[in-house]
Design a protein around this ligand. Structure first.
Ligand code: AP5
Length: 185
């Protein structure tokens, strides 16, 4: 059995930043749905064409589409062999339910990075990605509260939730995360 983890948290809480380092440390595959969608936009695929306006507006791509992309990725040889760290997925109860069907036996930990709305907003405004406009940030954070924050309780009930303070320097957060993962796996 391989190691499977997910990383949750508000937009801008540092999921992507930490996920790259955690995946390297544990030799597992980092799967970011946001990166996959941005690559599709860049390549101009059918998915990319559909996803671009949704992402720019800060809306969520539909569960069906995202579940299909993740299911395909989880079946690839590298993931089957090394395990995975999902970043940006799941972010609705529908996606979490699907993930449970796809990978329940490998899913060991759901890390939730806690950072305030004020701090994540500041981080995203200083980054300036295409979807980091004040309007899209506000919409993404609104959707996080409505659609994604219920997953904290959802994973708590699954007994795999681990809450980490995501404020402080990247290294401080990384040390906190690693120490919690090592206690839990
Ligand atoms: P996605 O790419 O996942 O974007 P997001 O959810 O908005 O998350 P971010 O990438 O902004 O935040 P992050 O937590 O990864 O933080 P990061 O490490 O980058 O998704 C984009 C879009 O794709 C969505 O809006 C949606 O449309 C669609 N999508 C994706 N997945 C989907 C799904 N499952 N279902 C439906 N739609 C989906 O850090 C942010 C900034 O802060 C960086 O500049 C970083 O350098 C900085 N930083 C990080 N850590 C620290 C620190 N400790 N101190 C100071 N600065 C820090």
């Amino acid at each position: 059995m391989t190691l499977g983890m997910i990383i949750l948290g508000r937009q801008g809480s540092g999921k992507g930043t930490q996920a790259v380092r955690i995946a390297e440390r544990f030799g597992i595959i980092h799967i970011s749905t946001g990166d996959m969608l941005r690559a599709a936009v860049e390549e101009g695929t059918e998915l990319g064409l559909k996803a671009k306006s949704i992402m720019d507006a800060g809306e969520l791509v539909t569960d069906d589409v995202i579940n299909g992309i993740v299911e395909e990725r989880l079946k690839k040889e590298d993931v089957l062999h090394s395990g995975f760290l999902l970043d940006g997925y799941p972010r609705t109860v529908g996606q979490a339910t699907e993930l449970k069907k796809l990978a329940a036996e490998n899913l060991k930990l759901a890390i939730n990075l806690e950072v305030s709305i004020e701090e994540v907003t500041q981080r995203m405004l200083s980054r300036g990605r295409q979807d980091d406009t004040p309007e899209a940030i506000a919409r993404r954070l609104e959707l996080y509260e409505a659609e994604t924050s219920p997953l904290i309780e959802w994973f708590d009930k699954e007994n795999i939730l681990c809450v980490i303070n995501g404020s402080g320097t990247e290294n401080e957060v990384y040390e906190r995360v690693i120490s919690e993962i090592e206690k839990s796996i």
